[in-house]
Ligand binder design. Structure first.
Ligand code: MG
Length: 170
């Protein structure tokens, strides 16, 4: 069985925060605000994976009221999401995503982000798509007030080769 899920996230750009996208720290005068490291791309991917597995969303699994995860590295969130999927016998087929940001320029960082996400998820980088676009100066993203991300994930349910209730031949 093959299933897909979508994810979307947006965070506000503020002074005094590090900018982390796809697990990569990107030099920029402002960073994304949030309870975790506010890695908007990784959050959209995590939500797409949870959606594909039919398991709520990251707000449910990692509520911003949980002080134990304040400032958490979103790669750790992604690792925990993958563990939820593995527990349900879902394996990742591929992920595709888009970042929507007026600045900074995302292109020079895409291969580092793919590499980092592929290490976190232990899948080849060519199974992870990351694209970037501006909002053509329109609206709040166009004014540089925040960065948004969209993602789609496809997963495959691994059927057990030897179901627990199948008769075994000694
Ligand atoms: Mg988020």
């Amino acid at each position: 069985m093959v299933r897909s899920g979508i994810g979307y996230d947006i965070h506000r750009l503020v002074e005094g925060r590090k900018l982390v996208l796809g697990g990569v720290a990107i030099p920029h005068p402002r960073g994304l605000d949030g309870h975790s490291d506010a890695d908007v791309l990784t959050h959209a991917i995590a939500d797409a994976l949870l959606g594909a597995a039919g398991d709520r969303d990251i707000g449910h699994h990692f509520p911003n009221s949980d002080e134990s995860i304040k400032g958490i590295d979103s790669q750790e969130i992604l690792r925990r999401v993958q563990a939820i999927l593995t527990g349900k016998s879902f394996a990742i087929v591929n992920i595709d995503s888009s970042l929507i940001a007026e600045e900074p320029k995302i292109g020079p960082h895409i291969s580092a982000m793919r590499e980092r996400l592929s290490q976190t998820l232990n899948i080849p980088p060519d199974r992870i798509g990351i694209k970037a676009t501006t909002n053509e100066g329109l609206g709040f993203i166009g004014r540089g007030e925040g960065i948004a991300a969209m993602a789609i994930a496809t997963v495959e349910k691994l059927e057990p080769r030897f179901p627990a209730d199948a008769p075994r031949i000694a």
